[in-house]
Design a protein around this ligand. Structure first.
Ligand code: AHM
Ligand code: MG
Length: 342
């Protein structure tokens, strides 16, 4: 029997080529500014990936000796990743406002050339770093309001106003997943080429999944509709319960949800009235991607992308994933007759 020779692909679609082709599709109306910005983010992802991979070897694990805006201990890699992002975005010349999980105030960039705002969590899930478990960068992009030269109000806007969102996952492979409002595409870093290659074109979440992803250790504090939903998938009438998968790194949990389907949730509860996840740079970008992939994202009672943030580091409950799974959860909230929390 002769084995068929399968040659390597000869027409690789790199992330740069993909972003440029989206710009060309817009014709002369496109300025190229978003292209420059996204290419800048791509470079930061490669640099952060390289540091995450070597962290144990170059003494980058452990605490930096400071806390961030929300009182969490900052890891050395949190600080480094933040500096990499801030410097690259500032240097792109296209950014007027930045909001980072690691910086208390919005960063207003001086000069007139920036027309975009980038909100980001430079290294999410950093409690997982020292164990070598997946972590990631999450980002969302707004255009400045008409006439604005860059102020905090430019980002205190609903997530539906974002023009692009994405994340990079640093795991067994490094994956960058991006939407500019025209579907979702996933790229894998080929380290030998130093390029992100299109490996997951037009990601679509299955309409129903078989996996739920919640930190059930918080069940004691969960509100009744959350508990009712969890009961319904663990003790279903059809005798086929869902599987539990929870990494505790949102980027990895959402990445799996986008590819396999199911539901990811971080609810508000009796202890944390707004949940844990930050609206602007965690919930919004992930909800934007989920909707673009055909899924849903809700607080339980409201579409996440319709919520207007009151402050840049505010939090909100979040449930996202397969359309039918999220609809089942929303039904539990709609039927609940007790006091509404969100
Ligand atoms: P971080 O921004 O401090 O890393 O926290 C966000 C992370 C998410 O990645 C993850 O979904 C969640 O916190 C896990 O929280 P918990 O440990 O409470 O389950
Ligand atoms: Mg985070």
């Amino acid at each position: 029997m002769t084995e068929e020779y399968e040659s390597p692909p000869t027409d690789l679609i790199t992330l740069t080529r993909h972003i440029l082709s989206q710009q060309y599709a817009l014709g002369e109306t496109a300025t190229g500014d978003l292209t420059m910005l996204l290419i800048g983010i791509q470079v930061t992802s490669k640099y952060i990936a390289s540091n995450v991979r070597k962290a144990r070897l170059i003494n980058l694990v452990g605490l930096a000796g400071a806390t961030n805006t929300t009182g969490d201990d900052q890891k050395k890699l949190d600080v480094l990743s933040n500096d990499i992002m801030v410097n690259a975005l500032r240097a792109s010349g296209k950014v007027a406002v930045m909001v980072s999980e690691e910086v208390e105030e919005a960063i207003i960039v001086k000069g007139d050339s920036g027309t975009y705002c980038v909100v980001f969590d430079p290294l999410d899930g950093s409690s997982n770093i020292d164990a070598g478990v997946n972590v990631g960068t999450i980002f969302g992009v707004y255009k400045v309001l008409p006439g604005s030269k860059g102020k905090v109000e430019d980002v205190l806007r609903p997530g539906k106003d974002m023009v692009a969102a994405g994340y990079t996952m640093y795991g067994s492979s490094c994956n960058l997943v991006l939407s500019t409002g025209n579907g979702v595409d996933g790229f894998t870093l080929d380290e030998s080429l130093g390029e992100f290659i299109l490996t997951h074109p037009a990601i679509k979440i299955p309409p129903r999944g078989k996996i739920y992803s919640f930190n059930e250790g918080n069940s004691l504090h969960f509100n009744p509709p959350t508990l009712k939903y969890l009961e319904s998938i663990k003790y279903p009438a059809n005798g086929k319960p869902y599987s539990a998968r929870y990494i505790g790194s949102m980027v990895a949990d959402v990445h799996r949800t986008l590819l396999y389907g199911g539901i990811f949730g971080y609810p508000d509860d009796k202890k944390s009235k707004d949940g844990k996840l930050r609206m602007l740079y965690e919930a919004f970008p992930m909800s934007f991607l989920t909707e673009q992939a055909g899924g849903l994202a809700t607080t339980g009672t409201r579409r996440i992308l319709d919520v207007t943030p009151k402050d840049i580091h505010g939090r909100c409950p979040l449930f996202l994933g397969s359309k039918e799974d999220v609809e089942d959860l929303m039904k539990c909230y709609a039927e609940y007759e007790g006091p509404k929390t969100w």
